[in-house]
Design a binder for this molecule. Structure first.
Ligand code: MN
Length: 232
């Protein structure tokens, strides 16, 4: 038994559909601007530039169905509906053709974003962390194993706020596909079980308010929900 001076934080983990076992999370990678129409709405060139990434802290994961307080320090909290993948085997310098063998399963995710803080960081050439990596910023549904659903390359991805459609696209519109992302990232990290990758959001991102109910889904993978509570 390990001995610590204070109790360790709980292990971050994601429920698995149809199982009492959970997927333990050690790292969260997120892809920026991975749908052309979203890149355009963010004022970027939608051409196929190399993918880029940012990270979220596993302690900031929130299960689907939760109610979370409106985020601290922002007045422009945005939703980003995303396909999430979970690594199941070590991946180091893999080719796209081998990358899917390393993917254990898939989930729906919400990359919650303090857009005002992200935008000011961009303008000042500062890191994105304050805009992206904050408490309750990584919402995730149940994981579904690829052994049950395969590796979906297409399917509607959508999000509504209080029943009003906000985002509606298809994961086939990803600029960098799942195997391409895994292959690319595996040249920068030794990917391993416990790594989640949020793959980027389609167009239609927007602000949420206290009291809003977010509901979304990806065909063939599942659904996700989040209620935004009052600020603390
Ligand atoms: Mn995102």
């Amino acid at each position: 038994m390990d001995h610590y001076v204070l109790p360790p934080a709980p292990q971050a983990a994601v429920p698995v559909r149809g199982s009492t076992q959970r997927y333990a999370v050690s790292r969260i990678f997120c892809v920026g601007r991975n749908y052309a129409a979203h890149a355009r709405e963010m004022g970027a060139d939608p051409e196929r530039e190399p993918p880029f990434y940012f990270n979220k802290t596993p302690a900031h994961l929130v299960p689907s169905g939760a109610t979370v307080p409106y985020a601290l320090g922002t007045s422009n909290l945005h939703h980003e509906m995303e396909l999430v993948l979970a690594i199941g085997q070590p991946a180091f310098r893999v080719a796209p053709g081998q990358a899917l063998d390393c993917v254990w399963g898939y989930a729906c995710g919400l990359d919650m974003t303090r857009r005002d803080l992200q935008n000011s960081a961009k303008q000042m050439g500062r890191p994105w962390d304050f805009g992206k990596d904050f408490e309750d910023a990584a919402v995730i549904s149940e994981l579904v194993p690829a052994s049950a659903i395969g590796h979906p390359a297409q399917g509607r991805i959508h999000l509504a706020v209080n029943g009003q459609p906000r985002q509606d696209s298809d994961i086939k519109e990803l600029i960098w596909s799942v195997p391409e992302i895994v292959a690319n990232l595996s040249h920068y990290y030794h990917l391993r079980p416990g790594d989640l990758i949020y793959t980027g959001t389609p167009e239609g991102v927007g602000a949420v308010q206290p009291g809003d109910v977010l509901t979304g889904g990806i065909d063939g993978i599942g659904e996700i929900a989040l209620t935004v509570g009052q600020p603390e």
